[in-house]
Unconditional design. Structure first.
Length: 571
């Protein structure tokens, strides 16, 4: 049997290895404990900041972990406004080591949209100044490569609008992420966007960015084609009041704000002409007036005729038609041929009190019915004599915003209920009850008449095949120094579709169109505004879930015979 002999030196070596392993283990445990302790301290600090840092300012304890301002998204979740850590570039003139003139030249090469003189002024100023806000990383790198120690690169919370000019007048702007919104949704819903309890949740507005893009595109193309001063449009849910799209052109980029202080609304790109500018919108008022006359028992039959054989002389004024028919005409003929004379006679029968009551029900004497703070109030006639009652019936002598008119058309076609417009994305239970302005029967009849205007009248160029568009043109001379300027027109087409079951109101407006070869030089709404509606409907209806159907239409068979015959006969 073999004998195992253990040498004393081997035992000592084994013990040494065991001791070294234990020491290494203990050291690792100590490092792990230190790491966990440091981590716990950091977590504790972050928790303290998140829960208690702003408790003295009324915070809920979580605001330190939330963005300074909630994101804004469209009704489908597309981001429209976000708060981000952005690069800025600033200068301390007293610390500069380079020549200011040379630096200004190099900065201008990096930022060609900023004049060299503007950079030189900041580089030679007395105090710290921004050279650029919201700078791109590559721009920061280019400036940093200049090696100027007097130039700094602070990181700041900035409000970014990733879609740039899209829906700029709707969104407005926030000068900085932690400030108060300057206009648009940023100002109107500032409390919601900065509420510590809600800042972590995106704020969904009613706008559909796809529809918005199509509306802006078509308005801009027509404005350029017509060499117009401006353009505007709105798409409104006829049954809820939600604004699906709202555009005012010229536009601005909320990421690159300029100083427009002191400029009139008509001169500033910041002006939202849909809610801020008031216009006499002309013949687009006629369906509203006739609908009101039907409900008040003035228009008792579609075949009732009115004398349009000659201009109507009242109180020293002469009311005339652009295209005189020289006949006694009925209600369908009045709307299809857009007769001022017949509409004025209907209004005269209604009287001033009834006409005022109708327009007050439509909120024409109030500010534009929407949450935006920069909304204008309609210009209400100072007196309501007989001539005023007549002229306001066809859109002269009273001025409202395009949004006023769009909301009124929604009530005219949706069964008769007026609701305010809104930029909130509404749930079914949040839709306001509204108030009744027209009877359901009158609304149904007006849908027929509006469809007839597009089928056989002045609105033919808005007839998007398969979508059953109905609407009314309006061409009005702009008032200027106490008179009407015959060379300056505001043209409007107010419409809805599909007319057998109205879902959306679509309004397009051109400010001072000049006409072109395609319109034979004509500037009226039939040639300038109505075609925009056709193209917008064709582009956006599928986005809104409405497909063309040429097998369906509004039944106007009982009205069509009234468009011909009986001219010159007195009822």
């Amino acid at each position: 049997m073999a004998t195992i002999i253990v040498q004393p030196g081997g035992v000592r070596a084994g013990r040494q290895r065991v001791n070294l392993t234990a020491i290494a283990h203990n050291r690792l445990m100590l490092l792990l404990i230190l790491f966990l302790a440091i981590t716990a301290i950091l977590i504790g600090r972050l928790t303290w900041v998140g829960f208690f840092a702003d408790s003295g300012r009324g915070g809920d304890g979580l605001s330190g972990l939330l963005p300074a301002r909630a994101d804004i998204v469209d009704r489908n979740g597309v981001p429209l406004a976000r708060t981000m850590d952005a690069y800025s570039i600033a200068v301390s003139p007293s610390k500069l080591i380079g020549e200011p003139a040379e630096l200004a030249r190099k900065l201008h090469e990096i930022f060609p949209d900023e004049p060299e003189a503007a950079f030189y002024k900041k580089l030679t100023g007395k105090g710290w100044a921004y050279l650029r806000r919201r700078a791109l990383p590559e721009e920061v790198a280019a400036v940093n490569a200049l090696g100027e120690i007097g130039i700094e690169f602070p990181r700041e919370k900035e409000r970014l609008y990733p879609q740039r000019t899209l829906a700029a007048h709707v969104l407005g702007f926030a000068p900085n992420a932690e400030g108060v919104g300057g206009m648009g949704v940023e100002a109107a819903f500032n409390d919601r966007l900065t509420d510590p309890a809600l800042r972590g949740q995106p704020f969904a507005i009613s706008i559909d960015s796809r529809v918005q893009g199509a509306l802006e595109s078509e308005l801009y193309a027509q404005m350029v084609s017509q060499n117009a001063k401006g353009a505007g449009g709105i798409i409104l849910d006829a049954n809820t009041g939600e604004v699906i799209a709202m555009a005012s052109i010229p536009v601005f980029d909320p990421n690159k704000l300029q100083n427009y202080a002191g400029k009139k609304c008509s001169e500033s790109p910041l002006c939202n002409h849909i809610v801020q500018a008031r216009y006499e919108l002309g013949s687009a008022f006629k369906p509203l007036s006739i609908g009101g006359a039907m409900d008040r028992g003035v228009v008792t039959s579609m075949s009732k005729r009115y004398d349009a054989t000659a201009p109507l002389a009242v109180a020293g004024f002469r009311i005339k038609d652009d295209h005189p028919m020289g006949a006694w005409i009925n209600v369908p003929q009045t709307l299809v041929h857009s007769s001022n004379i017949a509409t004025a006679r209907i209004a005269d029968e209604m009287g001033a009190e009834a006409m005022q009551h109708l327009f007050r029900d439509l909120q024409f004497d109030q500010r534009a019915p929407i949450e935006l703070k920069e909304r204008a109030k309609g210009i209400w006639p100072s007196s309501w004599g007989r001539i005023t009652t007549m002229t306001v019936s066809y859109g002269h002598g009273i001025a409202v915003t395009p949004l006023h008119l769009a909301a009124a058309y929604a009530a005219l076609v949706n069964g008769g209920v007026w609701r305010p417009a809104t930029l909130r994305k509404l749930r079914p239970e949040d839709v306001p009850e509204g108030h009744r302005v027209f009877s359901a029967a009158t609304s149904a009849r007006m849908r027929q008449l509006l469809r007839m205007i597009v089928s056989a009248g002045t609105g033919r160029s808005a007839n998007a095949v398969g979508y059953r568009v109905g609407g009314k043109t309006g061409s009005a001379e702009k008032p200027e120094e106490g008179r009407y300027n015959k060379t300056s027109l505001v043209t409007t087409f107010a419409s809805a579709f599909p007319m057998d079951n109205p879902r959306y109101v679509v309004l397009a407006m051109m400010d001072e169109p000049k006409g072109n070869a395609q319109t034979f030089g004509l500037r009226t709404a039939a040639w300038t505004a109505a075609p925009v509606v056709k193209r917008v409907v064709e582009r956006t209806a599928p986005m809104l879930g409405i497909m063309p159907d040429q097998q369906r239409d509004v039944d106007i068979s009982d009205l069509m015979p009234l468009l011909g015959g009986n001219k010159g006969e007195k009822e």
